[in-house]
Design a protein around this ligand. Sequence first.
Ligand code: ADP
Ligand code: ASP
Ligand code: MG
Length: 409
Amino acid sequence: MALIVQKYGGSSVADVEKIKNVARRVVESAGGNQLVVVVSAMGKATDGLVNLATRISNSPDPREMDMLLATGEQITIALLAMALHGLGFKARSFTGPQVGMRTDTAHTKARITRINAERARAALEAGEIVVVAGFQGLSEVDEITTLGRGGSDLTAVALAAALKADVCEIYTDVDGVYTADPNIVPDARKLPRIAYDEMLEMASLGAKVLQARSVEFAKKYGVPVHVRSTFKPVPGTLVTREERDMEEVVVTGVTHDWSQAKISILRVPDRPGIAAQVFGAIAETNIVVDMIVQNISRDGYTDMSFTLPRSDYGRAVGALQDIGRKVGAQGVVHDERVAKVSIVGVGMRSHSGVASQMFAALAREGINIQMISTSEIAVSCVIEDKYAELAVRALHDTFALGREREATV
Ligand code: ADP
Ligand code: ASP
Ligand code: MG
């Protein structure tokens, strides 16, 4: 008997018919196995809740935001449990707090601190299908928290680790992880396997098929993750430990993130402690900055630029007006609409010249690069957001990631 954790995302449970379809998929895998099923809010329900909040307040209180957002998933678990009952199966729904998901107190982006999985274990032992609300938990001071957008993936992976599940299956509207977002690049190719590190980079750099923190968790606890389709019974993509042959492929995937913004602080005095002051002020607002570039110093002054999620842009600009004055900066300029395109692959560790090929491909399309950053297995460029799709397709072609490659190997 295997213990399987399955997660169904918003588009898989978008309406009543889809919930019934998920119930049928769940019972197909039930035969003799123990099942934990994590679900997201129906369709775009979470976006709808965010929208309601912003119509009431420009800066909703984070605690109340979590109180609101956690309601989305609670609807789905009850409906799915009812649908499973209708098929003659024993099932019981649990909210995040009920299933022992404990987190820190960082509302709207809480981290899991521990899981008391006794209740889930007892229900499984009693032969019940355990239906869990994704994306939510209970903080150490007993407040309802949420785990960041896309956080149901994390709920599933964390439960799989806590229960020592045999596999964590992520069911979604695509049938696996592709060389690029298949909704943008029509000839993107499905990857049969991908290494945790590559998946983590791709997720962090914008491939929202898995939440980045869920991949980090899966890697840390060695949880095998299988990304697959809710609607088509075909094998998907296995996210696993790195295997030797993976290094032979230089670029595995191309990602884009067009929900970025860029802020530059002009002519700040070039002396020790200034960067710490600037980024300390940003960190205090719980905003995670991404790329940071500091220019060469001229006459004792320098410029600093960084990127951040567009959703945090307003708050960051606010925080910087104050700090800019304090450190004696000449001014702050911002661009609310930039995109980041990236290439990712563990093979980059042992191959050179990849970055320059990327820059040449963007140049051929006349796309100007505003910022560059590299890691061991990724190269990213910040560009004007209207060129993001064009850039992704050009890079996908340049590194021959399309379907035809399979035919020529
Ligand atoms: P769910 O609601 O099931 O959690 P998401 O919308 O969060 O689903 O993630 C699935 C989406 O991720 C796909 O519809 C696809 O557009 C997008 N995506 C982005 N990059 C990739 C990629 N490299 N491979 C597969 N899907 C990707
Ligand atoms: N419903 C949440 C969101 O839309 C969590 C998830 O779907 O994973 O972000
Ligand atoms: Mg998702």
